[in-house]
Design a protein around this ligand. Structure first.
Ligand code: ADP
Length: 348
């Protein structure tokens, strides 16, 4: 790039022209007149300066004219991103500075394109997942309704059963759509966290009471990891944190041990935060599945998870809620030992 700089180009060419002229001058002077050093030097110096200035002026004018066009185009593209057009003029300091700007601009564009490509892949996968999730209940409903219309309605042995199954499939679709709406609202920041101070022990007790019956049916017990006599006050959005606890405790019931199992909720003081852990003694999650657990529609044990009626969106919602509180969530799991989901909340 340095060699193509107008200054260097002009210097080089002026030197060549002067050299050429000095050779001719010397030859001619030997043939026609006496060679004199002083005029020779003066003429060459003047010629060098003249040629240099002329070349530099012409080159810069030409190159800058071309570059200005490119620069203006880039600048206009950049300006769409919110720069104030009036205050900026197209003053190009040097070719290097333009080169630098163009390189930077190119790098930004490259990153933007990569980001767009990633978003496109993500969007395609997401649409594919939605299709996959909704396909089953829709086709099931279609099957039941067709059977009922084909005479099943009069058949006392199946009519009620098929209507109940239809209702189950409809409920599944409603659950998927509601979860998708929740995620979309959380992602587009349409919900703002309404922070308040409340007792997390009390809220956990409320959630345990709410899920007690479901847990009993599956022979699971829901307990506190220790005795918490005193309130533990946190600052968070109570409604959304209730949702987090429901999702995590519900998962521990769904994916816990097949026979008798136990879920424990514990609290730990961590200076500014409270760490809340939901631990089960279930079959655990494979190490390779752990990093993907919070992805939408991800299921560690696909067939089993779908049977359990999950939408595959529960943990994704949990992560969004915790991150909206500027807090963190993580998971530890060991096969045949159990799983622990741990998240933090600001201590009040
Ligand atoms: P779902 O709505 O299907 O329950 P989630 O997002 O809540 O989806 O969970 C994603 C997957 O993580 C589940 O399908 C399940 O395979 C796995 N998982 C979640 N919690 C647990 C747990 N406590 N023990 C074992 N696996 C779990």
């Amino acid at each position: 790039m340095r060699n193509s700089d107008p200054k260097n180009l002009s210097l080089g060419n002026a030197f060549l022209v002067t050299l050429f002229f000095s050779i001719i001058y010397t030859l001619v002077s030997y043939l026609f007149f006496q060679f004199r050093l002083l005029p020779f030097i003066i003429v060459n110096v003047l010629l060098f300066v003249f040629v240099y200035l002329l070349l530099r002026y012409t080159l810069e004018k030409f190159i800058y004219h071309k570059i200005r066009l490119i620069y203006k185009t880039i600048y206009n593209l950049k300006r769409q991103k919110g720069t104030n057009p009036e205050k900026r003029e197209f003053a190009i300091k040097s070719i290097e500075s333009v080169n630098q700007e163009v390189l930077e601009w190119g790098e930004t564009k490259k990153l933007e394109i990569e980001e767009l490509k990633r978003a496109e892949v993500y969007r395609r996968e997401f649409l594919g997942n939605i299709y996959h999730e909704l396909k089953n209940p829709i086709f099931n409903i279609q099957g039941y309704v067709l059977t009922l219309l084909d005479g099943g309605l009069e058949d006392q042995s199946i009519n009620r059963e098929y209507l109940l199954r239809t209702e189950k499939s409809i409920n599944r679709m409603i659950a998927i759509v509601e979860d998708l709406e929740t995620i979309s609202n959380l992602e587009t920041n349409q919900v703002s966290m309404k922070m308040s101070k409340f007792d997390i022990v009390d809220l956990t007790k409320e959630v345990i009471d709410y899920l007690e019956l479901k847990a009993k049916k599956k022979k699971k017990s829901l307990e506190f990891g220790a005795k918490y006599d005193r309130p533990i006050i946190v600052e968070a959005d109570l409604k959304w944190i209730r949702q987090v606890l429901v999702n995590l405790i519900d998962n521990s019931i769904k994916y816990g041990r097949l026979k008798v199992g136990k879920t424990e909720v514990s609290f730990f003081d961590m200076d500014e935060n409270i760490l809340i852990e939901v631990t089960d003694d279930g079959p655990g999650i494979n190490v390779e599945d752990i990093p993907r657990l919070f992805e939408r529609f991800f299921r560690a044990d696909k067939d089993r998870a779908r049977d359990k009626g999950g939408t595959g969106l529960g943990l994704s919602i949990v992560k969004h809620i915790i991150e909206s509180h500027d807090q963190t969530i993580n998971v530890r799991s060991r096969i045949d030992v159990g799983t622990t989901f741990a998240f933090t909340l600001k201590k009040s």
